[in-house]
Design a protein around this ligand. Structure first.
Ligand code: ADP
Length: 272
């Protein structure tokens, strides 16, 4: 009898703990939903006044009739640069909360990924070379179409490139695209400050930032790479990082070729 009683008591305890755990998981999910909604709302609220500020600022900056003193022009340029930075951050937060709320619909087009990647990478050439660094782009044609959402691919690449640029003080950046076992492999390699080995597993976590070894702190929010990861996941792909402190980093994105793995209703069949 004692045995049976113990078993019953045990299973009641289990029922309690299972029930408790379920309740806790529900509550956590609810908090997460509220957090996402909050982020989304606040980003929206920030975006409108920011956009309204940028319009007149750009208008003033475009005045070339000598009405502005050099000092005024310098101040306006700095204000404009910082407002743009804020807008980029707000947009990233918005992208993030949309993905979290599963409100994102991708449009997967069959694209020439080599050309698209090379085009996006080349938009960085002037800035990279201006900073005395080298940009090497080597994108090989793929045997099959890659289905990607072009805006998302652009965000993936621009985030990786702007990090490579930000954390590289000498040497250069190399962007390569090639095919391997039915996957498109994108690599963004830099000769920058690198990442300590113990930080590598956390690189794609939200708001995670590395204090780089040289003791130099770079500005940032730690949201870029987690957005990149979400965007890569929307392509059923993977992202990894390989790095040596002081010797640079390589970020590798792998996405499967073809469209069999993607949701049918988000595939756009015709190339445009
Ligand atoms: P942010 O650059 O805004 O801080 P990210 O999510 O893009 O945010 O990057 C997170 C952290 O990863 C950065 O703070 C930086 O320490 C590190 N990191 C990212 N890319 C590189 C890179 N190419 N080289 C060295 N460190 C990097």
């Amino acid at each position: 009898f004692q045995l049976v009683a113990d078993q019953i008591a045990g299973s009641i305890v289990n029922v309690h703990t299972v029930e408790e755990a379920r309740k806790r998981a529900d509550a956590l999910q609810e908090i997460d939903r509220a957090k996402t909604a909050f982020f989304s709302n606040i980003s929206h609220e920030f975006r409108t006044p920011l956009t309204l500020m940028l319009g007149p600022l750009e208008e003033m900056l475009s005045q070339t009739d000598g009405t502005l003193t050099p000092q005024q022009e310098e101040n306006l340029t700095a204000t404009h640069r910082n407002a743009m930075r804020l807008l980029r951050l707000v947009n990233t937060l918005l992208d993030f909360s949309r993905i979290e709320a599963e409100k994102v619909r991708a449009h997967y087009f069959p694209v020439n990924l080599a050309d698209l990647t090379a085009d996006i990478a080349s938009t960085f050439r002037a800035a990279v070379e201006h900073a005395g660094l080298q940009l090497t782009v080597d994108c090989q044609a793929l045997s099959t179409a890659a289905y990607v959402d072009r805006d998302m691919w652009e965000k993936i690449l621009l985030n990786l490139l702007s990090n490579a640029f930000k954390y590289t003080l000498e040497g250069g950046i190399t962007v390569t695209l090639k095919e391997e076992d039915d996957y498109a492999i994108l690599r963004v390699r830099d000769t920058g400050v690198g990442i300590p080995a113990d930080e590598l597993p956390n690189m794609f976590e939200r708001f995670h930032r590395v204090k780089n070894s040289k003791g130099r702190t770079f500005e940032g929010t730690g949201i870029g790479l987690s957005l990149v990861k979400e965007l890569v996941l929307l392509h059923q792909g993977t992202i990894t990082v390989d790095s040596k402190e002081g010797a640079g980093s390589t970020f590798t994105v792998r996405i499967p070729l073809g469209s069999a793995h993607l949701p049918e209703d988000q595939i756009v069949k015709t190339a445009v």
